[in-house]
Write a protein that binds this ligand. Structure first.
Ligand code: 7PM
Length: 277
């Protein structure tokens, strides 16, 4: 199963790791944008050294419950990072945004993948991606980042997520985006209770039946703490388990903060999958 994204083709026969690079607002008032850009680029290079197969650059606009980030602020955060990484990165660069203008300028700056938590539902987003050769991740979300965790509700969460992703896939295909450029993502934590998230992991294989490679993002999410009882930084161990289990259920890309730990854990699964009897 090959995934085409910009100048790269990834062979998804083994699980791949996408390392998260959050470009945070600059806390050094006199440091200008330079400081946060350099911190993000340095972190990205560390993730590549740790074994990341893809980098996901985000200006925090997609974070649940977070204050919306203005277009200008998001561009200021992410574009310099993509420009700098584009020159030195050995792996595809993904932009985590739902804003078509951020997508457009990120692609011009060298992004290889558009990772959209709104699955190209913003006006003009389908056109931006179909007019390029980048890869695409379509994610499911119920509600909006501001309200989605207040009372998530489904009759059948697996089938509703599946139906939504199938519809967004068909729409993307109709716009001329090739099948081998598209990833699907159930959107863990985006308008889902603990029970919904667990149900989705349990039936990930059913979502994989759509026929597109799946991306899974569970890293450091609250459902892990709800299960393990661990606090914020103890979510690591539960997250490793979640990534390995997701990969065993067919996830092809694991979106994580803790790249080295995840890469090492997945090596066990890869070694077992390589043995043919
Ligand atoms: C709080 C909760 C802060 C969650 C940040 C997050 C996903 C994503 C995000 C995902 C894809 C984070 C998330 N999550 N994109 N962007 N899939 N495709 O962990 O699950 O950074 S934001």
């Amino acid at each position: 199963m090959n995934f085409h994204c910009g100048k790269y083709t990834l062979n998804l026969n083994r699980p791949h790791v996408m390392g998260i690079v959050n470009v945070t607002p600059d806390s050094f008032s006199d440091g200008g944008q330079f400081v946060s850009t350099n911190l993000a680029v340095a972190h990205a290079l560390k993730l590549i050294a740790d074994g990341a197969d893809i980098l996901d650059i985000g200006g925090e606009s997609t974070r649940p419950g977070a204050e919306p980030v203005s277009l200008d602020e998001e561009l200021k955060r992410v574009i310099p990072v993509i420009e700098a990484l584009h020159k030195v990165s050995s792996v595809p660069i993904s932009i985590d945004t739902y804003k078509p203008e951020v997508m457009r300028l990120a692609i011009a700056a060298g992004a290889d993948i558009v990772n959209d938590v709104r699955a190209l539902q913003e006006e003009g987003a389908l056109e931006v991606v179909s007019g390029s050769h980048v890869g695409l991740c379509l994610m499911h979300m119920q509600g909006t980042p501001q309200t989605m965790q207040s009372s998530p509700s489904y009759v059948d969460v697996v089938n509703e997520v599946k139906q939504f992703l199938t519809e967004r896939l068909d729409t993307s295909l109709a716009y001329g985006i090739a099948k081998n450029r598209i990833l699907l993502d159930p959107g863990f934590g985006f308008g889902k209770t603990r029970a919904h998230n667990i149900e989705l992991i349990k039936h990930l294989d059913s979502i994989a039946d759509i026929g597109q490679p799946l991306l899974v993002g569970l890293s450091r999410k609250s459902v892990l703490a709800a299960i393990s009882g661990g606090d914020e930084d103890q979510r690591l161990y539960a997250g490793i388990a979640a990534s390995v289990i997701s990969a065993m259920k067919g996830a092809k890309i694991l979106r994580v903060h803790d790249v080295k730990a995840t890469v090492d854990a997945l090596k066990v699964l890869i070694a077992i999958q390589q043995i043919e009897i």
